[in-house]
Every structure is written in structure tokens, then in C-alpha cells.
Design a protein around this ligand. Structure first.
Ligand SMILES: [Mg+2]
Length: 252
């Protein structure tokens, strides 16, 4: 009997990326859109060939920081479970929200919210004091608050590194070790430690094992924040020229 194969795949910078991150401009096709309908991200021919290849042999399960709304604006087709908001929301294959997981996450996230609000106030106070134009945003979805994010208005990523070093890391070190920080490109996110793609991947993997018996799992992603769920899969796939490949195989 052939074992069924499942690929937990991050989306942004893994299966597609914004125009400025595309290595070339030839034969790009839109893969995701902004809410105003303009194109946000593109696939290269190689990415489309890869996506076709994986869909022939396995079931692809998006494992992303995107929300319900921004996932709707991804035009690649998927037909199984979907993990959103860093694993805070799981969609079932029929598209409905998995309610047991949602209930569990809502309790954990509600408990973690005061800490996120305190840190957001601290970052915004720092920004006001230093004349920095960026502000924090609390990402909520389907009635649950999940994490806070800062983007640099001019996409100067060194500014986010400064905020991480001067505000976020000292705050975490000062008795707030229930939170962790992810910074990649123009994205600085602070999450409750209980919000982790790996937890949702473990939950769905367990369910897939109940449905199918023994299975093989693959994990694919571009960021540090993907490493933990990828390590829990039988195989890990890392696109080249990404944060995660620079930290691992390219370094070695
Ligand atoms: Mg990514």
C-alpha cells in the first residue's frame, strides 16, 4: 500500500512572492492580490512547475500567517485543511472553521492579550518619542486577537531590527518569556508563545493519521518561524535565497 503524503507549505516567500523579490521578471503570473484588487504576489515558472509537481503526488496544506481574508485573495487552488494566522485558525477541507481548535486558541489568546497590548503601547511610545512613523497593529481574526505586527512605512528593515533590539527583546527579557518575536524582511511580529504553526501542524497531523493511518509529512517554508513545524515533519523543503536557507544549508 502506498502511504499518503501531505505537504504543510508556508505561502508568502515560499510558493510566491512580491514583484521586488522575484529573481527575474519573465513569465510571472499573479498568485495573490491586495484587498483593492491589485496584484500583491507572483509565481515564477519554476514555482508553478513545482506547485504542479507537488499536487500530483501529495496533498498541499497551506500553513501561513495570512488571515481568513488575505488567504481568500490567494489564487492558487487548495482542497484540504488550511492553517491560518500562524496556526491560530484551522479550516477544515469543507472550508469551515475547526471549532474545537478555535475554542482552545481563543482561551489561550485572550489570556495573552494584555501582554501584547502592553508591548504595543511600549513600541508606540518609543515611536512617538523618536519620531518614528511606524505603529503597531493587533491582528485579530474571527473574533480572536492573535499577534501584533509592525511594518516599516518606507520598507527600511533596519528600523525593525532597532525596534526589536531596543524595545521588544528587553521587554521579553523583563519577565515576558511567554512571547516570541519573528522578524523577516519588512515584518516584525510578536506572538504569544502558545501561537505556533507547529502546534496546529501537530493537531492536523494527528487527525490525518486517524483518517488515513500511517502517512508521510513534508514541511516547507522560508522563515525562521517555519523551522519548528518543518522539523516535526518527516522531510523539510527549503527554497533557496530565503532567510531559512541562509541560516541553515547555505551557511554550512
Ligand atoms: Mg513565508
Amino acid at each position: 500500500m502506498m502511504l499518503k503524503k501531505f505537504l504543510f507549505a508556508d505561502l508568502d516567500d515560499t510558493l510566491f512572492q512580491t514583484l521586488e523579490k522575484c529573481a527575474g521578471r519573465a513569465a510571472l503570473e499573479p498568485a495573490a492580490y491586495y484587498s483593492d484588487g491589485s496584484v500583491c504576489s507572483y509565481t515564477t515558472p519554476a514555482q508553478r512547475a513545482f506547485f504542479g509537481f507537488i499536487n500530483e503526488g501529495m496533498t498541499v496544506i497551506p500553513t501561513t500567517a495570512r488571515s481568513l481574508d488575505s488567504f481568500e485573495r490567494v489564487s492558487l487552488g487548495f482542497n484540504s485543511y488550511v492553517l491560518l494566522n500562524f496556526g491560530g485558525i484551522i479550516l477544515q477541507p469543507d472550508g469551515g472553521i475547526e471549532r474545537d481548535w478555535q475554542g482552545r486558541m481563543h482561551g489561550l489568546m485572550t489570556a495573552a492579550l494584555p501582554g501584547l497590548q502592553a508591548l504595543a503601547a511600549r513600541i508606540d511610545a518609543w515611536a512617538a518619542r523618536t519620531g518614528y512613523a511606524g505603529r503597531t497593529r493587533l491582528v485579530e481574526d474571527a473574533g480572536t486577537p492573535f499577534f501584533i505586527v509592525v511594518k516599516d512605512p518606507r520598507k527600511i528593515t533596519a528600523n525593525l531590527e532597532t525596534i526589536e533590539r531596543e524595545v521588544v527583546l528587553p521587554w521579553i527579557a523583563d519577565g515576558n518569556d511567554g512571547y516570541c518575536v519573528h522578524r523577516n524582511g519588512n515584518n516584525l511580529a510578536i506572538l504569544p508563545a502558545s501561537l505556533d504553526k507547529a502546534n496546529a501542524v501537530a493537531y492536523v497531523t494527528e487527525r490525518l493519521r486517524r483518517e488515513h493511518g500511517e502517512i508521510i509529512t513534508f514541511g516547507m517554508g522560508d522563515s525562521r518561524s517555519d523551522a519548528r513545524f518543518m522539523a516535526d515533519c518527516d522531510y523539510a523543503i527549503i527554497p533557496r535565497r530565503t532567510q531559512l536557507s541562509r541560516l541553515t544549508v547555505e551557511t554550512l
